[in-house]
Design a protein around this ligand. Sequence first.
Ligand code: MV4
Length: 460
Amino acid sequence: MPETLEQSAGRFDTVLIANRGEIAVRIQRACRELGLKTVAICSEADRQAPYGKTADSFLCIGPSTAAKSYLNQDAILLAARLAGAGAIHPGYGFLSENAAFADAVEKAGLVFIGPTASSIAIMGDKISAKRAMMAAGVPCVPGPDTALPDDPATIERIALEIGYPVIIKAAGGGGGRGMRVVPKADVLHEAIALTREEARKAFGSRSLYMEKFLEHPRHIEIQVICDDHGNAVWLGHRDCSMQRRHQKVVEEAPAPGIAPDIIQPVGLACVQACLQIGYRGVGTFEFLYEDGAFYFIEMNTRLQVEHPVTEMTSGVDIVQAQIRAAQGHVLDLIQGDVTCEGHSFECRINAEDPETFLPSAGVVTHLALPAGPGIRVDTHIHAGYKVSPYYDSLIAKLIVHAPTRAEAMARMREALAGTEVEGISTNIPFLRALFKDGAFAQGETDIHYLEQWLKLRRAT
Ligand code: MV4
């Protein structure tokens, strides 16, 4: 019998996981559950990591510095060839949103578990991303979907049309890099010159755009999953406002206090945008939410750290769905099947000094992790594990699920009380204090709340 397109497209039985830490463990589990073989890679610092022992193959691809290992495209492609992998899962961070890498993977005859290089490139340029979203009817922050010209008079006119305060952002930026707030006209040109220069140095592009600056928004995101056959669904929303210096600390699903009828059209517009750009796999639309309205800011074309809160509420295994989409399978879920139940929180447990937030490396001498109904821990560490100074300080994600937000908060307090990490410093004491905070319990916190809370706590 001849194969159908669906049967032949992107078929693979071995996945190389081009990442480390908790997400390497998470992806490896999903692969095994789908009957796929796994190839783990590591740097010299991660030679002893348990994720290497549980994989079908394990290759050390370079020195501890990420640039020479987890970011070394040639070494990763060579490892894939040596181990017989048919696909590469990039995880998050590292090469996950690198269009050139996605392209190189496909050119090597392998499947990149993620969207096409062209989707990554469109979303990587924040101006083309905004243009694509406006074209699909996704609500965006007021401001042009084109690059700022050089002519000072035209720039001044654009700012006046938007109305101060405005924000200047680099097209090549994102995640809080390369942006500057302009409170009033007299500092406009100075701000543009500084941001242009930073953008040129950091992103190799002097392209900038301008938006209305929203002063007290919440950060709300919408998770989507798409196949290669014109099907896409959104899996509800998350609130990731609890952040410090653009590092998220606590995430939750659903975002509290958002009426279904106000988020519904936004979710449907995200789905529409995915279909229009031919998006494949999982993705996240980031929005600012202020005074009852949503404004698109960026799209992340990767699996995200906080995907578990959506898994807990939607019941969908997002990593499995992502891999199946890359295999060319038809999405086995329609929008009408998606129901979000209960409430979920995630705490990022970081190896860092609780006062200074500086990374804390060393050996974990004692570890106790919580367990019980509605508790999930995604981690790669164990007692005796050596936390290396080379990488991100995330050592575990503590995730809870309960019928209501109040019950989920109580469950998180209990889970945090049952979490013990000794030998290194962690942010656990700070998370325990945060889960006792009244405004947070009320779901009334915006993107500036945590930094203000920390300032107050230091003062008292
Ligand atoms: C904004 C904004 C206010 N107004 N854009 C920061 C990260 C990047 N994804 C976009 N960011 C922002 N863009 C307009 N028009 C405020 C931020 C912002 C922010 C956004 C989400 C989460 C945390 C944040 C912290 C500071 C600033």
